[in-house]
Design a protein around this ligand. Structure first.
Ligand code: HPA
Length: 282
């Protein structure tokens, strides 16, 4: 058997054993500094990544490393408190393994969140941005023999970010009286932040925010046929000149994300409670 599939199956079987019949409908990936959304989940089962056979362990600042099952917005969810990044040195199969495991557990849709640098000149630190598209410059995680059990060789990416969910999120935000930005996420490998010339180039390419994650998981989720909702917290404004007074800093990014985490968590909870799910998977 394909060793990638064996690894996915082993991890899934282990997690399923601990879930004791629960069927998660929604998967959530919590980005840098956003792990405290997990505090809003009730009836918890916490599974440390390091106890799951074959599972990668997150090493990045602001990422805890637990899979958390429980109830949010009245629905069964499974959340990754801490993600894996390509810059940590993991191959793409490992970066995206948890998405395939969550898909096998039966989720219908995946929520992804991240901390990102603001490229759009209208953005401010602390803004929440609905991701409505992306530009990928990381290696594509589907390179290699196609895993036919999961999806097609050439998945469509026209509406990678679910239009209906974006519409419901906008309604909820206006009810909550919070302002949401919306835009295109530019995915880089990191771990360097961008040079001012790169920032100008990414803006010209039509991107609104830049970060070092998310795109691999979204590609794999779409390959699995999952619906995706994505949100960036703008934790810093990207510099377009070399004499900028504020330099990018990882601790600052985590601090700003933490400040926005409550708003994002409330929005995710409401969106999860309202979105139509058909219960046909799993
Ligand atoms: N660039 C890339 N990744 C990031 C940034 C940034 O400015 N902020 C948070 N993650």
């Amino acid at each position: 058997m394909d060793t990638r599939i064996e690894r996915i199956n082993n991890a899934t079987a282990y997690v399923q054993g601990l879930l004791k019949g629960r069927k998660p409908q929604v998967g959530i990936i919590l980005g840098s500094g956003l792990g405290k959304l997990a505090d809003k989940i009730e009836d918890l089962v916490i599974i440390p990544y390091k106890e799951i056979p074959g599972f990668p362990v997150s090493t990045a600042v602001g990422h805890k490393g637990n899979l958390i099952s429980g109830v949010l917005g009245g629905r069964q969810v499974i959340a990754m408190q801490g993600r894996l990044h390509y810059y940590e040195g993991y191959p793409m199969d490992m970066v995206t393994l948890p998405v395939r495991v969550m898909s096998k557990l039966g989720i219908e849709c995946l929520f992804v969140s991240n901390a990102a640098g603001g490229l759009n000149q209208e953005f401010h630190v602390g803004d929440l941005m609905i991701i409505n598209d992306h530009i990928n410059t990381l290696p594509n995680p589907l390179i290699g023999p196609n895993m036919e059990d999961f999806g097609p060789r050439f998945p469509d990416m026209t509406a990678a970010y679910d239009r209906d969910m974006i519409g419901i999120a906008e309604e909820i935000a206006s009810e909550m009286g919070i302002k949401l930005q919306k835009g295109t996420y530019y995915g880089t490998t990191g771990p360097t932040y961008e040079t001012p010339a790169e920032v100008r180039f990414f803006r010209l390419a039509g991107a609104d925010a830049v970060g070092m994650s998310t795109v691999p998981e979204v590609i794999v989720a779409r390959h699995c046929g999952l619906r995706v909702f994505g949100m960036s917290v703008i934790t810093n404004i990207s510099n377009t000149d070399t004499v900028a007074k504020v330099l990018n800093d990882g601790d600052d990014v985590v601090k700003q994300a933490d400040l926005a985490a409550d708003r994002m968590s409330e929005l995710f909870g409401k969106l999860i409670s309202r979105m139509p799910l058909n219960g046909s998977r799993g």
